[in-house]
Ligand binder design. Structure first.
Ligand SMILES: [Zn+2]
Length: 243
């Protein structure tokens, strides 16, 4: 039996990637971008968030270079560790297969981290939309494709976008105030969890209208907050029609 590797992404990762992409490609010059994936040192196997490219990155039509030194110490200061990276591929140049340079870069990152594996995400972009996010896990034994699990749909990701834009994630690490990164990641997790519960309740309502009764709960462990956070109500309540 073969086991399929799974990479579970918090909802904010694709929002960060999308936002970083638009920041870099506002004038249609179509260059690649990317960033790091970080994990809480307390749970190194779980991706906590993605960063933007930082301020020392170099972007080309088929390459992107992120400066590890710009991130490493500041990420560590905040109690996180680098556990992977993400970057864009363009559909008109090919697909989600990693280039030899991608594989070499992942191997290099693995060799410079204490973690037993390095996660590489390739987000495939066609002219107007994201098509697919492919995941790869590099270990000392090699690189293998992984199944990417991400929660929430495009509508929910749009709702998270303003909060991602205000967060430290897309800003250069040198600008991060102590504690802000953790605070922002916690708030994004809470709101994603709140959206999941809202979706479950919407579904319950729809089922109830058809005479079915269900008590749906999120599949993932509960977050710290049990109720919808106030910020979620404030930002999303109008859109979703809740009070
Ligand atoms: Zn690549």
């Amino acid at each position: 039996m073969t086991t399929v590797r799974m990479v579970r992404l918090p909802a904010s990762v694709l929002v960060v990637a999308s936002r970083a992409y638009y920041d870099r490609n506002r004038y249609r010059k179509l260059v690649e971008t990317g960033g790091y994936l970080i994990a809480d040192v307390a749970s190194p196997g779980r991706i906590a968030a993605a960063t933007g490219p930082g301020s020392r990155s170099e972007h080309g039509p088929d390459s992107v270079a992120i400066d590890r030194a710009e991130f490493q110490d500041t990420v560590a200061r905040e109690g996180y560790t680098l556990c992977g990276d993400w970057h864009v591929h363009f559909r008109f140049r090919g697909g989600t297969d990693p280039s030899p340079d991608d594989r070499a870069a992942w191997r290099y990152e693995l060799d410079h981290t204490d973690a037993p594996e390095w996660v590489g995400l390739i987000a495939l972009r066609s002219e107007h939309a994201w098509e697919e996010v492919a995941g790869y896990v590099t270990t000392r034994d090699g690189c293998e494709r992984a199944k990417v699990l991400s929660t929430l749909d495009d509508r929910d990701r749009q709702l998270l976008a303003p909060q991602v834009a205000r967060s430290a994630l897309l800003a250069p690490p040198a600008t991060w105030q102590a504690g802000k990164l953790r605070q922002d990641i916690g708030a994004l997790d809470d709101d994603a969890a709140g959206l999941k519960r809202l979706r479950a309740r919407e579904l319950e309502r729809n089922l109830a209208e058809r005479g079915f009764h269900a008590d749906l709960r999120p599949l993932e462990p509960r977050n710290r907050t049990e109720e919808e956070p106030a910020a979620l109500r404030r930002d999303f309540g109008r859109v979703l029609g809740i009070r």
